[in-house]
Design a protein around this ligand. Structure first.
Ligand SMILES: [Zn+2]
Ligand SMILES: [Zn+2]
Length: 228
């Protein structure tokens, strides 16, 4: 990826003199800037420097989108997100929780969303990297269960729904042979839990998704453009 170009779409940058106000594509704050890409994408200095967990957290706290696949795809383009890694364990519940709350309660208190993202962050950090290979338990799939457990208090029916969310995500992930791909598994887990939430909680998240994988050429092992 050309690091001098746009972080989001890799197109060249354009410059403004005098500076203009632009909204950061990740954290949504308005900043004065001298540059954006030719398509208008702008990433603020703070987001440029964030680590993957903080990037996901801030984007999911500030977005009003209801499309978890698109949101995850945009986040994956940031250079803080490695091709594969444990940050994907947080990415799945974070985008689901954020989009769910945007649909189910558009006037949600930001502190409630923050509290939910904090819970998801803590729980997802307990999942070790390589779970898919060593435990037969892809942690992006478990991220579906984390999302469900945060959105529904742990009791009888909800306990069942959380475990079912993980089971369904792992089933969809296991339809594919290795090598493992954290991005593929993340898309599969998000699709699966989106359907699960629609069926069980009657909340519809936006299903629009990128048509092909935009990252495959950066992976030494996976050469498929299919988004599964
Ligand atoms: Zn761009
Ligand atoms: Zn920002």
């Amino acid at each position: 990826m050309n690091k001098a170009n746009c972080l989001v779409c890799a197109k060249p940058l354009q410059y403004y003199d005098p500076p203009i106000l632009k909204e950061c594509i990740y954290c949504k704050q308005q900043c004065e800037t001298n540059s954006s890409c030719v398509d208008g994408h702008y990433v603020c200095d703070e987001c440029h420097a964030r680590d993957a967990y903080q990037l996901i957290y801030q984007a999911c706290l500030n977005t009003s989108t209801t499309g978890p696949l698109e949101l995850a795809n945009t986040l994956m383009k940031h250079e803080a997100m490695k091709m594969h890694g444990p940050e994907y364990h947080f990415l799945v519940p974070a985008v689901i929780i954020s989009c769910y709350m945007a649909v189910a309660n558009p006037n949600v208190d930001r502190n409630d969303l923050k509290e939910s993202l904090d819970k998801a962050l803590k729980r997802s950090k307990n999942l070790i990297g390589g779970s898919c290979s060593f435990h037969g338990n892809c942690a992006a799939g478990v991220g579906a269960g984390i999302a469900m457990s945060v959105l529904t208090p742990l009791s009888r029916k909800e306990w069942q729904l959380s475990n079912l969310a993980t089971a369904r995500a792992l089933l969809s992930i296991s339809n594919y042979e290795g090598p493992r791909c954290c991005k593929r598994n993340t898309f599969l887990a998000i699709k699966s839990v989106t359907k699960h939430i629609e069926g069980k909680l009657e909340v519809k998240l936006l299903k629009s998704a990128p048509r092909v994988c935009e990252f495959y050429q950066h992976d030494a092992l996976n050469k498929s453009t299919s988004l599964c």
